[in-house]
Design a binder for this molecule. Structure first.
Ligand SMILES: Cc1cc2nc3c(=O)[nH]c(=O)nc-3n(C[C@H](O)[C@H](O)[C@H](O)COP(=O)(O)OP(=O)(O)OC[C@H]3O[C@@H](n4cnc5c(N)ncnc54)[C@H](O)[C@@H]3O)c2cc1C
Length: 265
């Protein structure tokens, strides 16, 4: 039996983020005789990722208050001023301390080919087409192909028919797991690039800012723009001080480019 094309939509789910160990933070502040500073600062800043980045930055100059480092005569008193200054100066390395993990579901192998090019500060785990023998082909139909969607369906259904035909040449029940893996991997060569897959993607905030900027640019591919638009919305909402300089630039085609005031920190 041949399945009909399963149309899917790319999804972005935030799975995890950096969390502080409050006792460790207290110990650090105690070490710097900055418990008073910590209490005041933490009461105004409840965001763990932003606070960790600020802590890492303040450690560099011992700027947990005036007098701890005799060279420091004034400090930026609140997280907003502190982090805005970090972005403005381009001191982005401290943004590498905090990460976010996303699930990108129903994305194509076109998308995953592109996203793996961003190497710095990322970790990725992608569903394996060596181990997983697909039961169906899911495919997101890009806007440019919508007028021809039934022809797209025909093409994918035809590939799937050929795939099932080839698959039926093997006696899967008698094969070892190792043999199944080898044949499954060989068979995937005829599957389309647009086939839906799933990827877990972790990146630090320095990287996320850069990838959002590059991949929501109008010159980037339509699917990666869509996915990183969703990433941008999540990050602008959840980490307002780290993404507060991004603006939404609505383009004539209705899509949005996310532009930072401070590029590539
Ligand atoms: C619109 C668009 C079109 C593209 N077209 C093509 C194409 O036609 N063909 C193609 O092959 N690719 C293409 N790419 C991919 C592009 O060339 C990059 O490989 C990709 O965007 C990753 O970005 P990055 O190099 O900034 O790497 P990231 O891994 O995101 O690294 C971030 C930054 O860290 C630094 N860095 C990372 N690694 C190193 C290193 N080894 N040495 C020194 N510095 C490093 C660099 O400053 C780099 O910009 C395209 C990308 C876009 C956005």
């Amino acid at each position: 039996m041949i399945n009909q094309l399963n149309p899917v939509e790319p999804l972005v789910i935030k799975l995890a983020e950096t969390r502080l160990n409050e006792e460790g933070v207290r110990q650090l502040a105690e070490h710097y005789t900055a418990l008073e500073w910590l209490q005041a600062a933490r009461s105004l800043q409840s965001n763990d990722s932003e606070f960790l980045i600020e802590l890492a930055g303040r450690t560099c100059y011992k700027s947990f208050g005036v007098g701890i480092n005799p060279n420091v005569t004034r400090i930026r008193g609140n997280s907003k001023d502190y982090l805005t200054n970090v972005l403005e100066k381009g001191d982005g390395s401290i943004l590498e301390h905090a990460t976010v993990t996303f699930a990108f579901l129903n994305v194509s192998r076109v998308f995953t080919h592109e996203v793996v090019r961003h190497r710095a500060g990322t970790a990725m785990s992608q569903e394996s087409l060596r181990y997983v023998r697909p039961r169906e082909i899911g495919l997101w139909i890009p806007p440019d192909l919508q007028p021809a969607s039934s022809k797209v369906s025909d093409a994918v259904n035809e590939i799937e028919r050929r795939y099932r035909d080839l698959e039926s040449q093997f006696d899967w029940d008698r094969m070892s797991f190792e043999q199944k893996k080898r044949v499954t991997s060989a068979l995937r060569r005829i599957l389309p690039d647009g086939m839906a897959t799933h990827l877990i993607w972790t990146a630090n905030h320095r990287t996320i800012r850069w990838v959002v900027e590059m991949r929501t640019d109008p010159a980037a591919e339509v699917e990666i723009r869509k996915v990183f638009g969703k990433v941008a919305e999540i990050c602008m909402k959840d980490y307002p001080l780290l993404y507060g300089d991004f603006t939404r630039n609505k383009l004539p085609d209705g899509t949005i480019q996310y532009l930072p005031k401070f590029s590539k920190v």
